[in-house]
Structure formats: C-alpha cells, structure tokens
Design a binder for this molecule. Structure first.
Ligand SMILES: [Zn+2]
Length: 389
C-alpha cells in the first residue's frame, strides 16, 4: 500500500512541477526539493520490479474507480438531501393546485378573479385563453398576500378561460405549483331576468350582478327613500317599463315626520354647512331645507371630525329632517344623479328589493367615515378592515 501512495506522490509531484507557478516561495521550493529527493529514492525502489509496478497501476486504477464511486455516491447523497429538503416544503408546494373560487363580472370590460392562497407561495402567475388559442400569461402578482386580480380591457360577449400557477422563490431557484389544466370558464355577458315586479341582472352562471350600473347604457336613475326602514334604494330606468332595475341600497337616517311625496334633485354641494353648527360633505338638495348629506361633522371641511355617535345611528330615523347617508352613498348620488333626478319619500316596513344593508359600527376613535374615499390612507394607517358599501 505504501508503494501505491508513493506512485501517487510521484504523479502529484510531476504535475506539481509542471503546473507550479514560477513565483513559488523559497520555503515552498525547499520543501519541494526535499520531496523530490524522497521521491527519487522511492522511485528507484519502485523500479526494482515491473510486476510490482503493474500491481501498483492496477491498484491505483482501482483506487481511481473507488474515488469515482465516492463522487457518484456524494452526488446521490446530495440529491437525496435536496429531495429530503424538498419533501418538506417544496414538494407539497409543487403538488398544490391553485383553486379559483370566485370569478365576478365587474363591468362590460372587467373580470375579477379571486383564488385560495397557496402555502409558501411568493406570488402567482395568471394565464388566460379564449376559444382561439392556448394559455398566455397575462399578469404576475408578486405579493403572496394578494389573492385577487382584475382583468381589464376585455371584450363584452367573449368567453374567457383562466388558470393560475403559484410560484415560489427559494435558495435562488423558482418552483411552480400545479394548476388546473382545463382552467375556469367565464363568459363576459349579462342577462336581465324579471322576478316579481323588478328586473335583476345575472351572468351566464346565474350569479347575480352586484354592480348593475356598470352594465347599463347611459342609465337614468330614481332615488327612493324609505323613511320607516331607513333605507335608500336606487333604481335604474328599464325602457318604457319604468324604474324597475334595483341598483343599490344604502342605509340612511331621516326623520319619522318627513313628508312623503315626489321631488326632484336640486343643487349639489361638495361641502355644506348644516344647522346646529354642524357640517357635511357631498350634499344634494331634495326640497326646501331637506338635503341628502353625510353624517354631521363637528368642523367645517374636516373629514376627521365625524360625529361617531350619529354615524352609529345610521339605519334608524335620527335626523331633524334631512337624509343622512354614508360618504360613499352621498357621493354616489352627487356623481351619478343629475339635477332633476326623481326622488320619492315613502314609508314602509319592507326595506325594499335589495334589503337593508348592515351597519359596521365605529369605535369612538374612528372619527372619520370609513366609506369616505379621501380617508382611505387613514384607515390603512390604522390597519382597519372595512367592507365596501
Ligand atoms: Zn377605518
């Protein structure tokens, strides 16, 4: 065995001599010389018998083979280790399939996808196809916490098919989840259906359309105020059938003694002072001193001075006669209903075809309306989670 080592040394030394840098240090040189001498003596010994040399060669080859085996074994071990690490988090990830659990028609040009979160994902890749071709990636959502995407600029009447793949970046590598091969279909089309005396909109999967106004051509509205139930319902005109399309329902606070009747929407105000040193936003006149406006504020043009107590009374008659609404509702009327829009005050225990929305009550520190579009940042700062109205 000593001789095998010796032959190995000779080889190494020879190679060392060939490949050594000329700038080798003096100390290293000395060492090398000593080694060469030793090698020479040993080399002579080696040359004594040919058979011995041959044996050495064979042995050396065996060693080489063994060394290669060791290399292969190491590689196999590395792979096994990787596989073992993979099995913990990556394998599960690669097996998971992204499930789209809701596809909504938002407007004539937009479809919204919502899916279930995949554990450990870095983000999601959205694919789409139409009848004419294969899947094409249309978007990358590079935030693990976002599980929805709105596809815009679509063509009304078209059938779309979506599928989503999750991806995971780990140790410099990107891994992909499984995905539903045949995807999820959605037709961008709505149809009107008469139920009772009203007309509702549905998509091709019989899902009720929530944002009806986004599917109407130049809609004309009528605002009905139910003083008893404290609900304002907005209807769209359905040709010569009248205002039979319920569009939106909002909570309100009026006064039990408000006069029933038909009115026409008058002048609008971005900010409006009220009686009792109160203030409001997005007001519109109904008749005389009666307005639609937001819940009162304590300071003029200061959206963080909301009277929280009064806000929490929405859905009950609480005003001196005006119709109080949440900011989003007041603004909606201001934005969508021109001067002259029909307004009807009536009293009924029945809230109306869209029912009565629920009020999310505010804590005393929340001195702004959560539906106020100018206060979105403020809610973000406080990590609020509000439902849109
Ligand atoms: Zn908030």
């Amino acid at each position: 065995m000593r001789k095998h080592v010796l032959l190995f040394m000779i080889t190494v030394m020879g190679m060392g001599m060939i490949f050594s840098s000329p700038k080798i240090s003096a100390l290293e040189n000395e060492k090398t010389n000593q080694q060469i001498e030793t090698t020479e003596i040993e080399s002579q010994t080696t040359k004594e018998t040919i058979s011995e040399k041959e044996t050495t060669k064979v042995a050396s080859e065996t060693t080489k083979t063994e060394s290669e085996t060791t290399k292969t074994e190491l590689k196999t071990t590395a792979r096994a280790v990787e596989k073992k690490t993979k099995s913990k988090e990556i394998l599960n990830f690669e097996r998971a399939t992204v499930k789209i659990n809701k596809i909504t028609l938002v407007s004539k040009k937009k479809i919204k996808l919502q899916w279930e979160k995949i554990e450990g994902a870095t983000g999601y890749l959205i694919y789409r196809k139409t009848d004419e071709g294969g899947y094409k990636k249309i978007a990358t959502v590079n935030n693990a916490d976002i599980t929805e995407y709105t596809n815009k600029k679509l063509k009304y009447g078209t059938a779309y098919n979506y599928t989503i793949k999750a991806y995971k970046e780990f140790n410099g590598k990107t891994y992909y989840s499984s995905y539903k091969r045949d995807g999820y279909n959605k037709v961008l089309k709505v149809k009107k259906k008469k139920i009772g005396k009203y007309h509702y909109y549905f998509d091709m999967d019989k899902q009720k359309i929530e944002n009806v106004q986004n599917f109407l051509e130049k809609p004309k509205y009528c605002i009905k105020v139910n003083i008893l139930a404290s609900v304002v319902t907005i209807y769209a005109k359905n040709g010569n059938k009248g205002y039979t399309i319920p569009v939106k329902a909002y909570l309100c606070s009026g006064n039990i003694y408000d006069t029933c009747g038909k009115f026409k929407l008058g002048v609008k105000y971005r900010f409006r002072g009220l009686y009792y040193n109160c203030h409001s936003q997005w007001a519109s006149r109904i008749h005389g001193e009666i307005l639609f406006h937001t819940v009162p504020y304590k300071k003029s043009q200061n959206p963080t001075s909301l009277d929280v107590k009064q806000y929490n009374l929405l859905g009950t008659p609480a005003s001196h006669g005006c119709i109080r609404l949440q900011c989003a509702a007041s603004k909606w009327i201001n934005d969508n209903c021109p001067i002259g829009t029909k307004v009807i005050f009536y009293k009924s225990q029945n809230p109306g075809p869209l029912g009565k929305p629920k009020l999310e009550k505010l804590k005393s520190w929340h001195t702004w309306d959560p539906t106020d579009p100018s206060m979105k940042e403020k809610c973000k700062e406080h990590n609020c989670k509000h439902t849109e109205i």
